[in-house]
Write a protein that binds this ligand. Structure first.
Ligand code: ZN
Length: 510
């Protein structure tokens, strides 16, 4: 059944992430992946190992911390971190309050697939892409911002959901097809920030095209997320600063940290328990100040990093600083996602249990919405569908409408998050059962159609024999029509039934 967001998770329960593995062998494994000072494998050419399982490209460190990087005294506690965006994204922000002259969602989707196909056709070269290519990606981003701004002004406003963790097809299934549009960061656009090679852009575009059907129909809309940071990044920092002043919240995040290291090269990797990503997003390196290098006039000195682990050294003060920094980064990451969703007029849905718990810790009275409840519910059929099948499924407007109506009805009496999640789990199991019936019935339909050799007049003969000559007696085709009409009508209606979606989902998978 559903889950209580704040309760500990059962070791033998299926994991909350939808992997279908037991919790204990999936996200329940919360040990750091190596012990302090654990030996490293020999370095490969062009990279150096920071931990037994992570290596860093030679030269990457120099790019992250060029000579002359300022040193600031560590704060007493966790603090918000800097917001990063480019001038491009600041410019694109102006397209948000557009003048109503935007592309339709379908034309935008068509344009996107066209641009992506062009990028996917680039040579796999290490040269930078041409200016023309860069401009095409930039223009596409600008059109996207304009079209999304117009979607938001529509009444009734389409259901727009924001998620930046899951593949868009998986996300649509796990949120029970409740979204008209799924918005997420445009990885191809983001790639341009890192001055990519043509090969890199080609790879990014090719992986994006896995969902070509969802993109073309405008169901999946990648947006330049940096635009949200350029316009509202301050809000994310302020929300973070507010949270970091709440001792209870800081203590809770602190209790969730999983720290690996110091490794044999004095690196620390920090992640949060029950976060969706199981690899640490951030690492920290211990810096030794070379006292002999101190220039008292300029205040410049050299630091050396990646030094061997020293079991006699007291790393504790440094580890505590790093934990504070990790707490700040994790809290701010959530606020940046929420603010980005808000800027683009979407509802934020998280796929990370850590994040859901963080939000619940900061606001105990708020209740999660239907899409977020669906994400934590047990919905087996729809979650394994692929982009092309999903795009087809979503054209069944009647059935989708019926499904959403049933979700609203199911949630009417739910009072808590756990009840919300349970109600959706129960509803999907009912629909599942109804869909099996529907499938059985349509199989009978098929068998029935197979015995009809031709058009309606032939049908009257078959029916005639079945009903003991009654139809035949009432005069051929006309009588058959009267009998057939309600029968066929019933079958037509099943396509407007939510359960039909589950039949289609099963067929798509086979
Ligand atoms: Zn898991």
């Amino acid at each position: 059944m559903g889950i209580d967001l704040l309760a500990a998770y059962g070791r033998n329960e299926p994991c909350w992430c939808g992997s279908r593995r037991k919790y204990k062998s999936c996200h329940g494994n919360q040990r750091p992946s190596s012990q302090p000072g654990a030996p490293l494998p020999p370095d490969r050419e062009g990279s150096r190992f920071l931990s037994p399982s992570t290596s860093l490209a030679t030269g990457a460190l120099g790019r992250m911390m060029p000579a002359g990087t300022g040193i600031t005294l560590p704060a007493d506690g966790p603090e918000p971190t800097a917001i990063s965006y480019t001038n491009w994204e600041a410019d694109l922000g102006s397209a948000l309050d557009g003048d109503g002259d935007a592309m339709s969602i379908e034309s935008l989707g068509g344009l996107r697939v066209e641009v992506l196909r062009r990028l996917a056709g680039l040579p796999a070269s290490e040269d930078p892409p041409s200016d023309q290519i860069i401009q095409a990606v930039y223009r596409l981003a600008a059109e996207t911002v304009r079209t999304v701004a117009q979607l938001v002004r529509q009444t009734p406003r389409p259901a727009m959901l924001w998620n930046q963790e899951l593949d868009v097809a998986q996300f649509l299934g796990r949120t029970l097809l409740l979204a008209d549009h799924v918005l997420y960061p445009d990885h191809v656009f983001d790639s341009l920030r890192r001055e990519p090679s043509a090969r890199q852009l080609k790879e990014d575009a090719t992986s994006e095209l896995m969902n070509a059907e969802l993109l073309a129909s405008g169901i999946a809309i990648p947006v330049p997320a940096g635009v949200a940071m350029a316009t509202q990044g301050r809000a994310a920092q302020e929300l973070t600063a507010g949270d970091l002043k709440t001792p209870e919240l800081v203590a809770w995040v602190h209790s969730q940290l999983i720290v690996e290291g110091p490794t044999a090269r004095e690196a620390l990797f920090v992640r949060a328990a029950d976060d969706l990503a199981q690899d640490a997003a951030n690492f920290w390196l211990h810096g030794h100040i070379d006292r002999g290098s101190m220039d008292h006039e300029t205040g410049r000195f050299k630091t050396s990093m990646l030094q061997p682990y020293d079991p006699g050294f007291d790393y504790e003060p440094w580890i505590n600083q790093v934990k504070n920094s990790a707490i700040g980064a994790l809290v701010q990451r959530t606020h940046e996602r929420i603010v980005a969703a808000d800027v683009f007029g979407a509802e934020y849905v998280s796929a990370s249990l850590f994040e859901a718990r963080l939000l619940r810790t900061r606001e105990r009275t708020a209740r999660i919405g239907p899409a977020q409840a669906a994400l934590w519910a047990d919905i087996p059929e729809l979650t394994t569908m692929r982009g092309p099948d999903l795009a087809k499924l979503l054209t069944n407007e009647g059935a989708i409408e019926d499904l959403r109506r049933q979700v609203r009805a199911a949630l009417k009496t739910a009072r808590t998050d756990a009840e919300n999640i349970d109600a959706i789990t129960e509803l999907t199991h009912q629909l599942e059962a109804a869909s099996l019936n529907l499938q059985k019935r349509s199989r009978t339909d098929l068998a029935w159609k197979a015995v009809i050799p031709g058009g309606l007049s032939a049908a009257s003969m078959v029916l005639g024999t079945v009903t003991g000559g009654l139809v035949a007696a009432s005069g051929g085709a006309l009588g058959a029509l009267a009998t057939l009409a309600p029968f066929l009508g019933d079958r037509m209606n099943t396509r407007r039934d939510a359960a039909y979606l589950f039949v289609a989902a099963r067929r798509g998978r086979q």
